[in-house]
Design a protein around this ligand. Structure first.
Ligand SMILES: Cc1ncc(C[n+]2csc(CCOP(=O)(O)OP(=O)(O)O)c2C)c(N)n1
Ligand code: SF4
Ligand SMILES: [Mg+2]
Length: 288
C-alpha cells in the first residue's frame, strides 16, 4: 500500500526544521502502509505536546485529548470496537509525566493497542523544561543548576509490570524503527515503543550525534527472557535499541471486560437497554 493514503493535503506542519518528529511521522506511515492498514480502520489518539500533534498530520481517525490522557481514551476506543487498530502516541512528558499513572495501569490492563512515545527527553512544546526522562545535569530555564533527579526508565518499568511488548528505537534509523513498529502493531496486547528523538531547539544535550554515540542495537537477545531484558533495560553507559521483552501470551482488556458473554457483539454495535439503565440509576436515589 502507498504511504500517500495517510497524507493530509495542504497542511502547515508546526515543527522546527530538523525535528525528530518528521522521521517518526514518515516511519509510522511506512509501517502502517506495509501492514496494509487502511485509514478508516485506524485511530490515532494523543494528548498534548509537539509529538501529540502527529494525528493532525495524518489522514486517519483521531482523538486529540487532554494532556497525559491518551491511554485511557485509546483503551476505551479499542474496547468499544476491537476491530480498529488503535495507536496512542505522545511525548515523554505527556506519557510518563502527566500521564504516568495511566502508563502503569494501561500496562496492567493490557489492551491490544500500540503506545508510541516520542522521547526527546524534554518538554518541547512549552519551550524546554525538564521532562521525566531528562538526563541528570541537563540545564534548562527552570532547572538552572541542572536536573538532579535520576531519569525515569520507562523500559525497566514496563518490564517490571510484565508489559506484553517492550521496545525502543531511534527516530534517525527509519529502517530499524519501521521493523519495530510493524512488530508492535501486529503484536496482540499492549505494545510500548519508546522512540528516541532529537529536539533541535530545546535539547542541545541529546543531539543526533549523542544518540548515535550512546545507543547500540540489541543482537542475539532473547526477548522472552525477562531477567535478561531487565538487565538490558538498566544498562546506562550505552542505551540498547530493539525489542527488549515480550511476555507470555495473556488476555487483553477488551476480552476481559466481557464481550465474550452471551452477547458477542462489540460495545459500539449494542443497543443499550434503556429501561435496565434507568432502573439501575434509580437505585442510586438520583431519579424520582
Ligand atoms: C494539564 C496540563 N498541564 C500542563 C500543560 C502544558 N503543557 C503542554 S505540552 C507540555 C509538555 C509536553 O511535553 P512532551 O509530552 O514531552 O511533548 P513534546 O512537546 O516534547 O513533544 C506541557 C507541560 C497542559 N497543556 N495541560
Ligand atoms: S521544539 Fe523541539 S520537539 Fe518541538 S518541533 Fe521544535 S525541535 Fe521538535
Ligand atoms: Mg518531550
Amino acid at each position: 500500500m502507498d504511504t500517500k493514503v495517510f497524507d493530509m493535503k495542504d497542511i502547515d506542519i508546526a515543527w522546527c526544521p530538523g525535528c525528530g518528529n518528521f522521521p517518526i511521522l514518515k516511519t509510522l506511515k511506512r509501517a502502517l502502509a506495509e501492514l496494509h492498514i487502511k485509514p478508516a480502520d485506524l485511530v490515532l489518539v494523543s494528548g498534548i505536546g509537539q509529538a501529540a500533534k502527529i494525528p493532525h498530520y495524518f489522514r486517519a481517525n483521531f482523538f486529540n485529548g487532554l494532556h497525559g490522557r491518551a491511554l485511557p481514551a485509546a483503551t476505551a476506543i479499542k474496547a468499544a470496537n476491537p476491530a480498529l487498530t488503535v495507536i496512542a502516541e505522545s511525548g515523554d512528558g505527556d506519557m510518563y509525566g502527566e500521564g504516568g499513572n495511566h502508563f502503569i495501569h494501561t500496562i496492567r490492563r493490557n489492551p491490544n493497542i500500540t503506545n508510541i512515545v516520542h522521547n526527546n527527553m524534554v518538554y518541547g512544546l512549552t519551550k524546554g523544561q525538564a521532562s521525566p526522562t531528562s538526563q541528570q545535569g541537563f540545564v534548562t530555564p527552570v532547572q538552572v543548576g541542572g536536573v538532579f533527579l535520576e531519569p525515569f526508565n520507562p523500559i525497566a518499568v514496563a518490564i517490571a509490570l510484565d508489559a506484553s511488548f517492550v521496545a525502543r528505537a531511534f527516530s534517525g534509523d527509519i529502517e530499524h524503527t519501521t521493523g519495530i513498529l510493524k512488530k508492535a502493531v501486529e503484536h496482540k496486547g499492549y505494545a510500548l515503543v519508546d522512540i528516541f528523538q532529537p529536539c533541535v531547539s530545546f535539547n542541545k544535550l541529546n543531539t543526533v550525534q549523542w544518540f548515535e554515540e550512546y545507543t547500540y542495537k540489541l543482537e542475539d537477545h532473547d526477548p522472552t527472557n525477562r531477567l535478561k531484558a531487565f538487565e538490558k533495560a538498566t544498562e546506562a553507559e550505552r542505551l540498547p535499541l530493539g525489542v527488549f521483552y515480550t511476555s507470555p501470551p495473556k488476555s487483553t482488556f477488551e476480552k476481559n471486560i466481557g464481550t465474550d458473554g452471551e452477547n458477542q457483539a462489540s460495545l459500539y454495535e449494542r443497543t443499550p437497554d434503556m429501561k435496565k439503565l434507568h432502573d439501575l440509576i434509580k437505585t442510586f436515589g438520583f431519579l424520582p
